[in-house]
Design a protein. Structure first.
Length: 381
């Protein structure tokens, strides 16, 4: 079975012209693995990592006696290799020194997608280890379209964290007859999905978890510590390969307030809503998520997983500012300019109309004039 799988992987790689980007495979430690790791360490100084373990109960740590999941083994390996390391996520599980993670027991692909925008905007990881799909397959939940949901989730992650490297684990072995009936076809589709994104220049890498066997399980679905150790080895190999390829960049600054030149006021998202079209407005600075912005390397300003946008791509004075799904449009570009932000599509600056001081005043674009009502700090400054 392993030989058949290897042949299939090789044929897919060859068909896509991406043989140089072979997936990383979970294996027991071997001399060749040790040589590879030494070579990667010698190639360049290890990059600082702000790493988000993202997925379901396997990420959370069900089946792990300590609750550390693969995260504990991965932390130890990365620390020993010299990486400055910060695991991030909204949950904490296990006694390891940094138990932060974004693992959710019982969740499917669509449920992870429902929180991805907000957690990526909040934590801005530069590496995401993604292991998801078990509950879709085991629950027989819309299995024919599960690969499409997975592809869409990867794209969503890339939009939400455009500076990040995404390491996508294949769904691990189980002893569930339902899951095992669905798993091989899903994983083969996943190989193709990841390779197509890599071929398009995206920093996405497949991490093959096929080395785990039924002996590495604590129950029908979850690894024991031997299985978690194999998963950690595979993710670690993927990180080292991505780092050696120059994919992993230092973490970007985590979001913070964008303060107005009008004393005590900040750029705010109305009611903290992430709905498309929600007004970007002036409000008294209060430290809430509605005022947590990040400046991305693609020229966007982001809050709540959405981009600051000029309504309808308008360019006239007085065109209103809002948030919208990040789409790469010129109306979502903001250049630091004269103490504020200039939209290059219109040549106009982000403006508090008439220097208003009332909470709820919607921001607009206006001819750049250097006034206090067009002064905005960088996020968190």
């Amino acid at each position: 079975m392993q030989r058949l799988r290897a042949a299939l992987v090789a044929s897919v790689m060859a068909a896509l012209g991406t043989a140089a980007a072979l997936p990383v495979t979970a294996t027991a430690a071997t001399p060749s693995t040790a040589v590879t790791a030494s070579h990667a360490d010698a190639a360049a100084a290890p990059t600082s990592l702000r790493l988000m373990p993202l997925g379901n109960s396997i990420t959370w740590g069900v089946g792990s006696p300590s609750g550390n999941s693969y995260r504990g083994f991965l932390w130890n390996s990365l620390t020993a290799q010299g990486h400055a390391l910060d695991f991030v996520g909204s949950g904490r599980n296990g006694p390891m020194s940094d138990p932060d993670n974004e693992g959710h027991s019982g969740w499917r692909i669509d449920q992870i997608a429902s929180v991805a925008d907000s957690v990526l905007a909040q934590y801005r990881p530069n590496v995401i280890t993604l292991e998801i799909g078990t509950n879709d397959l085991n629950g027989d939940y819309q299995v024919p379209t599960a690969p499409d949901r997975m592809s869409a989730l990867i794209d969503q992650i890339l939009r939400g964290a455009p500076d990040a490297t995404v390491l996508v684990g294949t769904v691990i072995v189980s002893t569930s007859t339902t899951e095992e009936a669905n798993r091989p076809a899903f994983n083969e589709k996943l190989i193709q999905i990841v390779q197509s994104k890599t071929a398009a220049g995206k920093h996405v890498r497949l991490v093959d978890m096929s080395a785990l066997t039924a002996a590495d399980l604590s129950d029908a679905l979850h690894p024991n510590d031997n299985g978690f150790s194999k998963m950690a080895d595979a993710f670690n190999a993927g990180i080292q390969a991505a780092d050696a390829a120059g994919w992993i960049k230092p973490p970007v600054a985590v979001g913070g307030p964008v303060r107005s030149g009008i004393a005590g006021k900040c750029l705010d998202v109305n009611s903290g809503s992430s709905a498309n079209g929600t007004a970007a407005q002036l409000w008294s600075c209060n430290g809430t998520d509605a005022q947590s912005w990040s400046a991305s390397s693609d020229g966007t300003l982001r809050a709540l997983g959405k981009c600051l946008d000029v309504t309808g791509a308008a360019t006239a004075n007085g065109a209103k500012a809002e948030i919208w799904d990040c789409n790469g449009g010129a109306n979502q570009q903001w250049q630091p300019y004269n103490g504020g932000y200039r939209n290059p599509a219109s040549g106009r600056c982000l403006d508090d109309p008439a220097s208003a001081t009332a909470d709820g005043t919607q921001a607009v674009i206006w001819d750049c004039n250097g006034g206090a009502n067009q002064q905005w700090t960088t996020p968190g400054a």
